[in-house]
Ligand binder design. Structure first.
Ligand SMILES: NC(=O)c1ccc[n+]([C@@H]2O[C@H](COP(=O)([O-])OP(=O)(O)OC[C@H]3O[C@@H](n4cnc5c(N)ncnc54)[C@H](OP(=O)(O)O)[C@@H]3O)[C@@H](O)[C@H]2O)c1
Length: 263
């Protein structure tokens, strides 16, 4: 076991763990043989989780405004680690502090890749607020007619697996999208067509979206998420890249296929 998958029980990490069965999975609640206790809130867990590790899939701590100090603390203990693949986001610009400062930490290593996926198709399923909208028949966003290159987490995991195991390090940023950009109304129409259950999209203002998110999330995080919707409305995510076929040799999964597989 020379690879550690942080967030290895999560959306991308669990799919990556299936692709790399010899990897060690970091989790706060280890239950399997290949699990190791890893908790961003307990730095004492870093040393043991990193023992003998050369490659790391790094999902930063979730919901932390400035993850830089704790990620620096991890990297300082990662003496044998040569390669880190960081999960960032297409929606996170480079910045001096906060999430946007993490790519610079990783690029200082000898071998690295920064994954910048667009919005996950998996947001339409499971526990996400959007998924609750799908179940209720109405998706509410502040994205207007803006389009998003929704990507299947399985494709992100396949890119991550290549970035971790290819003999030559990628040493680049990978902007990862699905094969087409869709508005939420177009996504709702595809769900309706495939499942036969009517789902519509309603666009609201950024202020109203902030209030909706704030019902279940801290207000500053709610405002941040609503602003990301506003960026989408302005066209920030209306793009398609060829990263998945270029890196994996396979076409990226379509939204329609994703809905078929998950309904
Ligand atoms: N959703 C999107 O559309 C989207 C788009 C682009 C980028 N992203 C990025 O994807 C990442 C998360 O995606 P997600 O929402 O699907 O989450 P997720 O991968 O399902 O995240 C949950 C994972 O984080 C682990 N975790 C939570 N708290 C932890 C802690 N204190 N210490 C160690 N591990 C901890 C959980 O492990 P245990 O519970 O087993 O400990 C679990 O494996 C974020 O960094 C986000 O920026 C998301």
């Amino acid at each position: 076991m020379t690879t550690l998958i942080i967030g290895g029980t999560g959306t991308t990490g669990s799919r990556l763990a299936s692709l790399l069965p010899d990897a060690r999975v970091g989790t706060r609640k280890p239950v399997r043989d290949n699990h190791v206790r890893f908790d961003w809130d307990v730095p004492a867990t870093f040393e043991h989780a990193l023992d003998g590790i050369r490659n790391v899939y790094l999902i930063p701590p979730i919901g932390v405004v400035d993850p830089v100090p704790v990620v620096e603390a991890l990297l300082a203990r990662a003496r044998l680690v040569r390669r880190v693949v960081l999960l960032s986001s297409s929606a996170v610009p480079e910045s001096a502090t906060g999430m946007g400062a993490l790519p610079a930490l990783v690029r200082a290593l000898p071998e690295w890749a920064v994954l910048r996926p667009s919005w996950f198709m998996q947001n339409f399923t499971g526990e996400h607020q959007l998924a609750a909208g799908v179940r209720a028949g109405e998706i509410v966003t502040a994205t207007g007619a803006g389009r998003v290159g929704f990507v299947d987490a399985a494709d992100i995991a396949t890119v991550a697996a290549r970035a971790l195991t290819d003999p030559l390090p990628h040493n680049t940023d990978h902007l990862i999208t699905g094969p087409e950009a869709l508005s939420y109304a177009e996504a709702a129409a595809i769900i309706t067509e495939v499942t036969g259950k009517p789902v519509r999209h309603r666009s609201v203002s950024t202020a109203e979206m902030t209030e909706r998110f704030a019902a279940t999330l801290p207000r500053d995080f709610a405002a941040l998420l609503a602003r990301l919707d506003e960026d989408i409305r302005g066209g920030a995510e209306d793009r398609v890249t060829t990263t998945v076929p270029d890196v994996t040799g396979r076409p990226a999964g379509s939204f329609r296929d994703f809905v078929r597989q998950n309904s």
